[in-house]
Design a binder for this molecule. Structure first.
Ligand SMILES: *Cc1c(COP(=O)(O)O)cnc(C)c1O
Length: 476
């Protein structure tokens, strides 16, 4: 470090000593408890970073600021990062908020196997080794109508396993209208490339005909892949090939037809509002129309834990089960327990619509949602008095998770406006709540959609709003 220049070297001299920061009240408070043993390391890191910053000529931070930084890092060690939030957005399958909330039965099943040993790979009849795939196999066969089924980590893994096991080094024919990207990282061309299969695109973005598929089939063709365009629709002058025609073509050429359904509806929600679901392909229909394999998510419209389900022909499922990737993509016991319990609810459609939260939320009638909105509005008015203006408005919820992009789900929204406080500032304050409340901002108003509020959320939401307005000060 050369001398003669002030600036950086000058700044370095003012750096507080480690013991001084450790003795700072903010750091001492944060280091009480389980993070105590980590305080020195955290303080050293903060000082190291500050030394580098000063050397680069950045504005020096005060000892108080450095102590606050270290305290925040220590608190972050002990405070849960992955924690519950209240979803007041009305987006039922909100991928960033963890997609499907689980049914109580699923939570209990996961908890029951979590804390102890289980029959994960144990056959109680023989006392020997069993298969973790057995637990959901029989339920999936009944519920989908398929010969056999298996489960992996998510639907992306399901598609990947199918392609790697059945098409590696060979060609897969896909319509140009179905080369989807879902959620920013699942892209059909990339998954295909990663699996070792070669993509053969047919047709155009808006029109693909059976003859296009037929012309693309050659000696290297391994399978025909259909992908549900979950998160968008091509409208106007369009043509796509019905699954049954694709299946007939596959049969003529002895090629498996794989149908990536994405959401994979097992059972439509109740009521006329669910009519929009007609555009969402049901797993059972796809199997019945002869798809050799169908792939779908466990945590989209099915309403279970994150998982990817593959259902279809027994001989193909057997090949997937034997593939080395199966070991890398398999799910753990908590997921399998939750999935099994969720699927069991589907044995009784009425029970499923009541008890699988995703189905229950999408089955809620506009009248019921209007009542819930009025109840929430009353509670907010009572708790906030003149500090905020509460109003109701007709609006729409969304299925989310890349499902049913064009289907409106009518709801009643509860709007909140606090004088002198921009809606975005209130939204930010609610996100900092305990628990965080996530809502929608539209037309300078913050809106809550009661559709995605779970039992017990309403009271907590009201408390969080009160606390946020208290924090924002008397002006609010
Ligand atoms: C959502 C989706 C996927 C990815 O499923 P994950 O369970 O999120 O991995 C794949 N294909 C389609 C058509 C989808 O909609």
């Amino acid at each position: 470090m050369e001398s003669g220049r002030s600036g950086p070297a000058e700044g370095l001299r003012g750096l507080p000593a480690v013991h001084r920061l450790l003795g700072h009240p903010a750091v001492r408070a944060a280091a009480a408890g389980p993070a105590a043993g980590w305080a020195t390391a955290v303080v050293r890191e903060v000082l190291e970073d500050e030394r580098r910053r000063r050397w680069q000529g950045e504005e020096p931070r005060t000892a108080d600021e450095l102590a606050a930084l270290a305290a925040r890092q220590l608190q972050a060690l002990t405070r849960p990062s992955l924690r519950p939030v209240i979803n007041a957005t009305g987006v039922v399958l909100h991928t960033n908020l963890g997609r499907a909330p689980l049914a109580r039965e699923a939570v209990e099943a996961a908890a029951a196997v979590a804390a102890g040993y289980s029959t994960l790979e144990y056959d109680t009849g023989s006392g020997g080794r069993g298969s973790r795939l057995e637990h959901v196999r029989h339920l999936l066969r009944r519920l989908t109508g398929a010969e056999d089924a298996l489960v992996v980590n998510n639907n992306a893994a399901a598609v990947f396993l199918v392609l790697a096991a059945l098409a590696s080094g060979r060609e897969v024919v896909v319509s140009r209208g179905q080369l989807v990207e879902i959620g920013g990282s699942f892209r059909i061309p990339e998954i295909l490339a990663a699996s070792g299969a070669r993509l053969v695109e047919v047709g155009t973005t808006n029109k693909t005909r059976l003859s296009d598929y037929e012309a693309a089939i050659g000696p290297d063709t391994a399978l025909l892949l259909r992908v549900h365009t979950s998160n968008y629709r091509i409208i106007g002058f369009t043509a796509s090939v019905p699954l049954s025609d694709l299946v007939a073509l596959g049969r003529r050429h002895a090629l498996p037809v794989v149908d990536d359904l994405g959401s994979g509806l097992l059972l439509p929600p109740a009521g006329p509002e669910a009519a929009g679901l007609a555009s969402e392909p049901a797993v059972r229909d796809s199997v019945a129309q002869g798809a050799d394999l169908v792939t779908f998510s466990g945590d989209k419209l099915l309403g279970g834990p994150q998982a990817g389900i593959i259902a279809g022909r027994a001989d193909l499922i057997a090949r997937l089960r034997r593939h080395p990737l199966m070991r890398a993509l398999r799910c753990d016991k908590l997921v399998l327990a939750a999935l099994e319990a969720t699927l069991r609810l589907y044995l009784d459609p009425e029970a499923a619509r009541r008890q699988v939260p995703v189905l229950a939320m999408l089955s809620r009638s506009p009248e019921e949602l209007a009542r819930a909105a009025r109840r929430l509005a009353t509670r907010l008015r009572r708790a906030l008095g003149p500090r905020a203006r509460i109003r109701l408005a007709a609006g729409e919820s969304q299925a989310g998770g890349g499902s049913l992009p064009e289907v409106p789900w009518p709801t009643t929204l509860v709007g909140i406006e606090a004088p002198g406080l921009p809606a975005a500032a209130l939204a930010a304050a609610l996100r900092q709540g305990e628990p965080p409340v996530v809502a929608r901002v539209q037309d300078q108003v913050l809106w809550f959609d009661p559709r995605t509020l779970l039992p017990g959320d309403e009271r907590v939401l009201v408390d969080t709003v009160v606390a946020a307005l208290d924090r924002l000060g008397p002006g609010a």
